[in-house]
Write a protein that binds this ligand. Structure first.
Ligand code: SPD
Length: 353
């Protein structure tokens, strides 16, 4: 069965699981865990297996980007037990006292996480988060529609590709592309640099076919556009489905991200949250997820279990020289200028409609 069909069936299955558990306050024989994750960011069979093994029901829902997640968690009226924010969003949630310190004695499988994913700047003392997946950001392009070398963000501003470009509907990622094209840091707090990035994105807007979420993957696979900004894990899935597609991390530099697993301050099913997180850190389970979603696991023992094609993928596991390139950066929390980033994004999207 083609992977897209398998994925579609799984998404439908996940929908059924979610619907049957939402509103069920008592949970399974051992309670429930309320999970809020990115879309397309787990193998749905994993939730099933977890429930079978532990008797804990999984109440599952998903979000499209960090900002959407934050907007629904911050008011505190909907309570989640496990969430998967990215690096800079973890930093922000720590600073806002929205996360619990993790009791790592309850996550024995944490020892499987590779050293290089520990002590990262967003959670310097490893107190609040467990690394889940990681990756780079780059450009996916269709070799039958683009016949020049793709090695620069500049191509996303080439009017020759008007109406053939997808950008992500994700404010940090899209503003990052403009900032790197301008030679600035993706974490700038300089309002003049941010203004320049805004103008550049507004200038690009008429060329953009759409600002997409997960649906962008299928659209690229189906040849609906020539170019798309992409997280490496999504690129892995797209390249598997359509061999005309290729992925590149532009020479001006890009983002290297880590998405973590956290327990919100107001979680109500904390013991079940620990069981769930520990389950996700088991190498066989981490491998199931990495294979299904295409993203890079921070657990070497899990990577070893992947099919050769994926284990050796340079998109998912790039050479150290790319990752450690001096132009690669991780996002940090823009804190006092966060509203400037959000306002830029609102204005850019408005200029496209
Ligand atoms: N299907 C969406 C997967 C989410 C990947 N997270 C990327 C975070 C980049 N900051």
């Amino acid at each position: 069965m083609k992977k897209t069909v398998k994925r579609l069936l799984s998404v439908l299955m996940l929908g059924t699981i979610s619907l049957s558990f939402v509103g069920c306050s008592s949970g399974g024989e051992n309670g429930k865990v309320v999970v809020y994750n990115w879309g397309d960011y787990i193998d749905p069979a994993v939730n099933d297996m977890f429930t079978k093994e532990t008797g804990i029901k999984v109440v599952y829902s998903d979000y499209a980007n960090n900002e959407e997640m934050y907007a629904s968690v911050e008011p505190g009226n909907v309570k989640y037990d496990v969430i998967f924010p990215s690096d800079y969003m973890i930093e922000k949630m720590i600073n806002k006292n929205m996360l619990q310190k993790i009791d790592f004695s309850k996550i024995p499988n944490y020892e499987n996480i590779d050293e290089q994913f520990l002590n990262l700047p967003y959670d310097p003392n490893n107190e609040y988060s467990v690394p889940y997946m990681w990756g780079t950001v780059g450009i996916v392009y269709n070799k039958t529609m683009v016949d020049e070398t793709v090695d620069s963000w500049d191509i996303l501003w080439d009017s020759k590709y008007k109406g053939q470009i997808f950008m992500y509907d994700s404010e940090r990622d899209s503003i990052m592309v403009a900032l790197k094209k301008l030679g600035y840091s993706m974490n700038t707090r300089d309002e003049k640099e941010l203004e320049e990035a805004k103008q550049l994105l507004i200038e690009q807007a008429p060329l953009v076919l759409a600002y997409v979420g997960d649906e962008g993957k299928n659209k690229m696979v189906n040849g609906e556009a020539a170019l798309m900004i992409a997280w490496a894990g999504d690129a892995v899935v797209m390249l598997q489905e359509n061999p005309d597609l290729a992925y590149v991390v532009p020479k001006e530099g890009s983002n290297y991200f880590v998405d973590g697993i956290v327990i919100p301050e107001n979680a109500e099913n904390v013991e079940q949250a620990y069981e769930y997180i520990n389950f996700l850190c088991r190498p066989d389970i981490a491998a199931m997820n990495a294979e299904y979603i295409g993203y890079s696991t921070p657990i070497s023992a899990a990577r070893e279990l992947l099919p050769d094609e994926m284990k050796n993928s340079e998109v998912a596991y790039p050479d150290e020289s790319i990752l450690n390139g001096e132009l690669m950066e991780m996002f940090n929390d823009p804190s006092d200028v966060a509203s400037v980033y959000s306002s830029i994004w609102t204005q850019v999207k408005a200029s496209n409609s």
